[in-house]
Write a protein that binds this ligand. Structure first.
Ligand SMILES: *[C@@H]1O[C@H](CO)[C@@H](O)[C@H](O)[C@H]1NC(C)=O
Ligand SMILES: *[C@@H]1O[C@H](CO)[C@@H](O)[C@H](O)[C@H]1NC(C)=O
Length: 161
């Protein structure tokens, strides 16, 4: 391969990675499949992270704390779904630099996404449930780095009574 072609390929690759991998977080088009555009397929092994709520049965409109622990990660997308729609609202601290919220399925702040490329560990976020009773499932996509990630994994169920 000649040098010019190699340079072109590397440039294209780096542009693609900057746009899609996980520098700025999840673009809206991943609301449904929670599948960030990576250059490799997701892992098939069990999710090596722990994702859990401080309470799995709450009243409508109440909030839960959701912890993401068990190791370092760079990218995260989280939706608490009823059926196949993201529900509720993530409430972030003003000084939260690692995460941001995006709007999916006509809701507001109902999806959590990372907003930088730094290693993160043991993070806690708050999700406020909607009023409707029912079963809600926490789904996560977690990227250890640009090449190793687990996609749309159901992590825990929350019942709103
Ligand atoms: C869980 O976290 C939420 C949000 O911080 C809080 O309001 C609630 O009291 C906590 N519940 C328990 C059982 O600790
Ligand atoms: C995460 O940090 C909190 C305190 O911020 C602590 O209570 C909890 O045990 C930690 N969890 C893990 C898995 O390290």
């Amino acid at each position: 391969m000649n040098n010019k072609l190699l340079l072109l390929l590397l440039t294209l690759l780096s542009i693609t990675c900057k746009c899609y991998a996980f520098s700025g977080g999840a673009p809206e088009l991943v609301c449904d499949d929670m599948m960030p555009i990576h250059l490799v397929p997701p892992q098939r092994s069990k999710l090596p992270y722990i994702v859990g709520a401080n309470n799995t049965e709450i009243k409508g409109g109440e909030a839960v704390q959701i912890e993401i622990g068990g190791g370092r990660f760079k990218g995260l997308m989280m939706e608490v779904r009823k059926g196949n729609r993201a529900t509720g609202k993530f409430l972030l601290d003003e000084d939260e630099n690692d995460f941001k919220t995006i709007n999916c399925h006509g809701g507001k702040n109902n999806v959590l996404s990372h907003q930088n490329n730094a290693n993160k560990k043991n993070k806690t976020v708050i999700w406020k449930s909607p009023k409707n009773p029912g079963k809600y499932t926490i789904y996560v996509t977690i990227a250890k780095d640009g090449f190793v990630f687990w996609s749309k994994i159901p992590a825990e169920e929350i019942t709103v009574v």
